[in-house]
Design a binder for this molecule. Structure first.
Ligand code: ADP
Ligand code: MG
Length: 687
């Protein structure tokens, strides 16, 4: 068996320079190389006659060279090579720029196969810089060619050759990852064939078979991994049995508003979990603004009143602070002590809070990732609440849970995942859904506009502000890498200068950015909340949870760069008060897909519908692919397309786990390795 972990430099044709380029693509090992899957395929096997070609399209043409290749130089490095070819329907001029060496590869009178873009003007056909083979070869043409996701460091031909060499070196010696009986039962390709065919399929049927086999592995790893986690959670663990005499209704009846039926139903489920001695592990899903926070407070009330401590984990400091305020508002009157722990506190302050938490004086501790640190010790942690669960990885949840003695866990998310998917993805959690918004919620009027409406949008913002409202303007992350807040900063500051000094110079405008000091961020947020700032320009740090009811406009710059789920989250920042509210999506680029996506946003305000449409339009890869969602990223599987496969795989995973919970049987050994390699890294996924 071949060692797939070996350095990619041992592959033929990979010298020191190529190693560097490959590393840039995150390819370090032989395994990384062969699992660097094509993003698309070009079918160069279909030969088109010259009489059938259309301007601007790419074709494979077979033709005889009527001339020698004629090279003309224009300066030292510039050259044009020209050749005339013919097939039995027409003639065609072939042109190459700066590739004088083609002259030596083509002989007059011989037949070649070309693949490239056609330009057709006044009946004259030209083939521009095609790749080509001798008609008996199929190196670059005459078959299905994989197209890899590349930055500009490597060429398609370059990486294709390297991957080809990698596969040759492996020569069918990849250790099989699935037990033989499942390969038979599910009629799958073996791992070696699948790996070869995903790169170099002979036809699209072969490709699909290869894709299914590899997707099967990915999905099975995830399902087995999730089930293992779930079993860990469930093995006869005795949790806390909360006092049934502490009635949630005591706090519910005393709230400033009436809870919706959906909120009440969900609270019943939570209450029943809390009164059982098995630890609660519940996912609370509800669209933006459905009122998850209040639900978590009622659960926290029950825990605190029963004599236990509660940890509330929030993804951003802004949100943690906001929660603290809300929790205090509702719960302090019952003698429940709430505190927050966030980055940027003074050492003294922090120490005080930590002491009070350790000796039990604090009932509810709200905080960011800071809560996960080792020095945070609870006296009696009984309930863990994580807000916007999609921002936390499974491992992080485990970390906070370990601070208690089998505490109950409630994770909340607004990520609107269709229910079936949620059940499957969150295989380790029970699910409650708030499927109803509080009454009197205003629908947020949504408009998608292109650049030419800029001035009207600005005037509209001004008008709202003059009426006493406030506005958000949100810019996207600029770079591909979403962690790169630095380049992001530049975009925001540039726009800020323009808005502050020109467009909105009569108004109080500030900007907010993830890289700012926490104190600064707090101050700005505070000022926005109490109305001292009228327009807040921001990156997506305000995406989750922020609640400023007086804000009535959300303008989103470059809306085409956001996922629909994210746009929906952002839109959820307005329409939270009594005022009519608006979301304006400024978009560039007019591709059909962009327009369709904008239309979904303007026509739909239901997060679940949006999620489903987004999935249909883009496939789950992109929908779940961003780190934003903390969802498993699959290289091959497509959660939308592969829904049926996912169901089959889930059933299989349950069967396997029931028979062999720890995958200890000899036949399951490969599975154990696969789960370890594929799943644990995903479980660590964070914000
Ligand atoms: P999300 O589910 O997005 O976290 P929040 O919990 O922030 O939503 O709730 C949004 C707003 O709705 C808050 O201002 C909250 O006080 C209010 N709210 C929650 N439940 C109700 C209700 N049943 N009736 C009226 N307002 C409610
Ligand atoms: Mg919330």
């Amino acid at each position: 068996m071949i060692d797939l972990k070996q350095n990619v430099k041992y592959v033929k044709g990979v010298g020191p320079n190529k190693v560097k380029l490959l590393n840039k693509l995150n390819i370090y090992s032989l395994k990384d190389l062969i699992t660097y899957y094509p993003r698309d395929y070009e079918d160069r096997s279909i030969i088109t006659k010259l009489e059938d070609v259309k301007d601007g399209e790419k074709y494979t043409i077979e033709g005889i060279a009527l001339t020698e290749v004629n090279v003309r130089y224009a300066g030292k490095y510039k050259s044009f090579a020209k050749l005339i070819i013919k097939d039995d329907t027409d003639n065609c001029v072939v042109t190459w720029f700066n590739q004088p060496y083609v002259k030596d590869k083509i002989k007059r009178g011989e037949k070649y196969r070309f693949y490239g873009k056609i330009s057709k003007k006044n009946g004259n056909i030209e083939l521009i810089s095609p790749t080509f083979d001798n008609v008996n070869d199929t190196k670059n043409t005459g078959k299905i060619i994989p197209i890899y996701p590349l930055t500009n460091s490597l060429t398609q031909n370059g990486i294709r050759a390297i991957i080809e060499n990698g596969l040759k070196m492996i020569d069918g010696e990849i250790q099989e990852t699935l037990p033989e009986k499942y390969i038979k039962e599910y009629k799958l390709l073996d791992i070696n064939t699948a790996t070869n065919k995903i790169h170099f399929p002979g036809n699209f049927e072969e490709f699909e078979k290869a894709r299914i086999r590899l997707a099967f592995d990915e999905l099975l790893s995830m399902q087995l991994g999730l089930l293992a986690l779930r079993n860990e959670n469930q093995v006869e663990v005795r949790g806390i049995k909360y006092d049934s005499k502490i009635e949630m209704s005591d706090v519910i009846n005393n709230l400033p508003f009436k809870l919706t039926n959906a909120q009440l139903k969900v609270l019943e489920e939570i209450n029943s979990d809390m009164e059982k001695d098995r630890p609660m592990n519940r996912l609370l899903q509800g669209d933006v603004g459905s009122g998850k926070t209040i639900v978590s407070m009622v659960a926290a009330y029950k825990a605190a009143k029963s004599g236990y401590q509660v940890a509330v984990l929030a993804p951003t400091m802004i949100l943690a602070k906001q929660h603290l305020k809300n929790y205090k508002n509702i719960l302090e009157q019952y003698g429940i002590v709430c505190e927050a722990l966030v980055g940027g506190m003074t050492a003294k302050n922090k120490k005080e809070v930590l002491e009070k938490v350790a000796n039990g004086e604090v009932d509810i501790l709200i905080g960011t990732h800071a809560l996960l640190e080792e020095n945070v010790i609870f006296k009696n942690l009984g309930l863990v609440i994580t807000d916007e669960q999609h921002r936390f990885g499974v491992k992080q949840r485990a970390k906070i849970v370990a601070k208690g003695n089998n505490p109950d866990v409630l994770v909340m998310t607004a990520t609107p995942i269709p229910r079936t998917l949620a059940l499957i993805l969150y295989g380790d959690l029970d699910i409650s859904i708030i499927d109803e918004l509080p009454p009197n919620r205003k629908k947020v009027e949504t408009y998608a506009v292109s650049k030419q409406y800029e001035e009207r949008v600005n005037n509209f913002v001004k008008k709202e502000v003059e009426n006493g409202r406030q506005a958000y303007i949100v810019c996207p992350l600029v770079e591909e890498s979403e962690d790169d807040e630095t380049s992001n900063l530049k975009a925001v500051t540039e726009l800020y200068e323009k808005y502050k000094n020109e467009v909105f110079k009569e108004y109080k405008i500030k900007y907010l950015h993830g890289k700012m000091k926490s104190k600064e961020k707090d101050e700005i947020m505070e000022k926005f909340k109490n109305g001292e700032i009228q327009i807040l320009l921001s990156t997506t740090v305000i995406e989750v949870g922020v609640d400023v009811p007086n804000a009535s406009v959300m303008v989103i710059e470059n809306a085409e760069r956001f996922g629909l789920a994210q746009l929906h989250q952002l839109r959820g920042r307005v329409g939270r008060g009594e005022y009519a509210s608006y979301c304006i999506l400024k978009y560039n680029g007019g591709s059909d897909i962009v327009r369709q996506r904008m239309e979904i946003m303007t026509k739909t305000d239901n997060g679940f519908t949006i999620a489903e449409k987004d999935l249909q339009l883009r496939g789950s890869g992109e929908f779940f692919g961003t780190k934003q969602h903390g969802m498993p990223e699959f290289k091959i599987a497509n959660l939308f397309k592969d829904m049926n496969l996912l169901k089959e795989v889930q059933a299989l995973a349950i069967q396997i786990t029931n028979n062999d919970p720890n995958l200890e049987k000899v036949e399951n050994k490969p599975l154990k390795i696969m789960v370890k390699e594929n799943f644990s890294s995903k479980a660590e996924m964070t914000i």
